[in-house]
Design a protein. Structure first.
Length: 362
């Protein structure tokens, strides 16, 4: 994804590709096989079983990318910034929203129109079906956009102490909310209260990389492997003991879950950015192409998975279930990628061309 406000970095598209892939595998695995249940016995597959961690990577990446832009500029034009964000996410999101209210037309209520701003709570029509369910994140993401220019300004003026204070307030709110909410796991998973620290941590890692790049570069061959282990360990522990699908809807672990997950992904991001990799040209092209259309991939993959499952059913060509699962995932991935490319070229790209520069470079 190229921006007029930041030099193009293919590694960011690689990371978008990874986030989209994790969420895709998560949904394929559960829709086809696990049916949205915990699976402690296969905790070693935590990255897929608890593949909602891909959403956390998306949120960390958002904070990381926007803070990189803020650190390289004097001022953010708020009006143009928000106009750009609207052009980026609104067209496809509104398509998904109208699909949702059309599918549920018999139960439509006038106030549902307000769920264009709050697709993550209440009776959001997009949450009524698997084909539109991924849209819950868009309201959370858009709230990040609304407050980002202010947080970035205060962060740049006060330094790291500002976000330390912010995290302290967030943890107070999260702990209090945990005791109030009867389904605190789902509340912390799907709301701004539970996710804002992930976006802010992305900003922190951009700040650290910007100011301490030379120091971090000395540890480039150590940082990334440790980050991989941290990401894997977090997913393993969650799948083994604190699954999102656990029968107990109120787990104290989830108060700190988003922070520790984002911390691991933040180190993963800067570790990957610093690592001098020579990626084969075809692999690089593949990852950047998928990364470029990752927004369409994310919002539309559920529709493709649902349609293929209900028309063709699972592919079972082999005697080994694991091989059949890989074949299903591969075929679905290609179909989702094709649909995402169509969506990007038809819905996203024309609006992306309307964006304007919103920062003044230092």
């Amino acid at each position: 994804m190229k921006s007029s406000n930041l030099p193009y970095e293919p590694k960011l598209d690689h990371l978008r590709f990874l986030a989209a892939l994790i969420v895709f595998l998560f949904h394929v695995y559960h829709f086809y096989y696990l049916k949205w249940h915990a699976h402690e016995e296969n905790a070693w597959m935590g990255l897929i079983i608890e593949g909602h961690t891909g959403v956390s990577l998306f949120f960390v990446l958002s904070g990381f990318i926007f803070m990189q832009i803020a650190l390289r500029s004097n001022e953010i034009n708020y009006r143009q910034f928000m106009a750009n964000r609207f052009l980026r996410i609104a067209p496809l999101f509104l398509v998904i929203f109208f699909v949702a209210i059309s599918v549920g037309r018999d139960d439509f209520k006038g106030y549902y129109i307000f769920y264009t701003l709050f697709s993550n709570i209440g009776e959001a029509p997009t949450s009524g079906s698997f084909i539109t369910g991924a849209a819950w994140t868009i309201s959370v993401e858009f709230t990040f956009y609304m407050i980002f220019p202010f947080i970035a300004r205060f962060f740049k003026e006060a330094g790291l102490i500002y976000v330390v204070r912010l995290f302290a307030i967030l943890f107070l709110i999260k702990f209090s909310s945990y005791y109030v909410s009867e389904r605190s796991t789902h509340m912390l998973y799907s709301t701004l209260i539970g996710r804002l620290d992930q976006f802010v941590l992305g900003m922190v890692f951009a700040y650290v990389l910007f100011h301490y790049r030379d120091l971090l570069y000395r540890f480039r061959y150590v940082l990334f492997p440790i980050a991989i282990l941290a990401v894997y360990a977090n997913s393993f522990i969650q799948a083994k003991y604190f699954s999102f699908f656990h029968e107990n809807p109120k787990q104290l672990f989830w108060v700190t879950w988003s922070f520790q997950e984002a911390l691991a992904w933040g180190f993963f991001v800067i570790g990957y950015m610093l690592l001098p990799l020579k990626i084969p040209a075809l692999l690089n092209q593949f990852m950047t192409r998928v990364g470029e259309v990752s927004y369409s991939f994310y919002l539309l993959h559920g529709m493709v998975i649902f349609l293929v499952f209900n028309t063709l059913g699972p592919i079972n060509l082999f005697a080994i279930d694991q091989i059949n699962a890989l074949v299903n995932a591969f075929v679905l991935f290609l179909l989702v990628w094709f649909v995402s490319h169509l969506s990007y070229q038809t819905i996203e790209k024309p609006f992306l061309g309307m964006r304007k520069r919103y920062v003044q470079t230092k």
